[in-house]
Design a protein around this ligand. Structure first.
Ligand code: ISE
Length: 327
């Protein structure tokens, strides 16, 4: 079977995913795209044989030739498009964040729960990155002993003009929030955000860098440096310190990639192939709408902490049984 995919949003990530689906992966065909910028959508469609350009995202969802949808539009539009996919009973891969508010994420979770089966996979690609997978195996294998602390760095060489302080948390640190939960099989209970001296290379008004301190339910402390203007490249680090050992991604000291597309190219391939294979098999695996809801809830608490300068608690609702097995 070939899964016929419609892609909503043909900006940087969407265009990258169209090329990946069309040229790198198997069992899949891109058949439709849409973007607010129709010229951009037409340009991306023109690179692949047989892709229709729709005037609106909802037309992609409704297209009877589309079996499954990939949402890569801006975060504030995700809720509407994912809900439309659920209403149409179509599997949907949604780039992170699932949605930008807790309430929006909850509406997606509620809609999926009322269908009684998972259809949503969220794009937390680090769970598929070989270096992160090795680190997770080291943690789960027990050789490090009980985890005590995690040290993370998330450094961007530079960010586009529209990048805001809020995005430092909801677009960038949200990856470390998800990685923390996944690596440790633990939840974040509270968060603080500190502001070191500002990087003089940072765009006007951007609180860059930031230091997040996450506290998990079992008492692990996770520090996350988020930098937006380091200049030298895209540098992602993570070290888990346990009672009897420490392990890291093992990428430190190697060549520094330009950006996340280069750093996580292999992860995106594995992630989207896993999605296609699951759609083909009639299942849904990987990071769920629940994972998307939790990550956004922690990110929102971090934004409160950025504003208040205080320790902010994370309040999660009860997890529906649909999400009992983790991705
Ligand atoms: C971007 O939106 C991403 O998702 C990248 O993975 C992240 O590293 C970057 O900081 C974000 O802006």
């Amino acid at each position: 079977m070939t899964v016929r995919v419609g892609v909503i949003g043909t900006g940087t990530m969407g265009a990258d995913h169209v090329r990946r689906l069309a040229h790198e992966l198997s069992g899949v065909q891109v058949v439709a795209v849409s973007d607010l910028d129709t010229t951009r959508a037409a340009a991306v469609a023109g690179e692949v044989h047989g892709v229709r350009v729709h005037a609106s995202a909802l037309d992609v969802v409704a297209d009877e030739l589309v079996d499954a949808v990939l949402v890569a539009s801006s975060g504030t539009t995700h809720e509407e498009y994912v809900l439309a996919c659920l209403a149409a009973r179509k599997p949907v891969f949604c780039e992170k964040p699932l949605a930008t508010t807790e309430a929006a994420c909850e509406r997606v979770v509620d809609a999926e729960v009322s269908l009684g089966r998972r259809l949503v996979q969220v794009g937390f690609m680090r769970r598929y990155d070989p270096a992160h997978v090795n680190l997770a195996e080291a943690v789960r294998g027990g050789t490090l002993g009980t985890p005590l602390m995690v040290h993370c760095a998330h450094r961007n060489a530079s960010v586009p003009g529209f990048f805001t302080g809020e995005m430092m948390v909801s677009d960038s640190a949200v990856h470390e929030i998800d990685v923390t939960r996944w690596l440790l099989d633990d939840e974040v209970e509270a968060v603080r955000v500190l502001r070191p001296r500002r990087n003089s290379r940072a765009p006007e008004g951007l609180p860059d860098p930031l230091l997040l301190l996450l506290e998990t339910s079992s008492g692990v402390l996770v520090d996350v440096e988020v930098s937006a203007s380091v200049g030298y490249g895209y540098d992602i680090r993570c070290e888990v310190v346990g009672e009897s050992g420490a392990a890291s991604l093992g990428t430190e000291g190697g060549p520094v990639p330009r950006d996340w597309r280069e750093r996580f190219a292999a992860a995106y391939d594995v992630e989207l192939q896993a999605w296609i294979d699951a759609v083909t098999a009639g299942t849904c695996t990987g990071p769920s709408a629940w994972d998307g809801y939790v990550a956004t809830t922690v990110a929102v608490a971090a934004l409160r902490a950025l504003d208040s300068g205080e320790r902010e608690r994370v309040a999660l609702r009860g997890r529906p049984s649909l999400y009992d097995s983790t991705g």
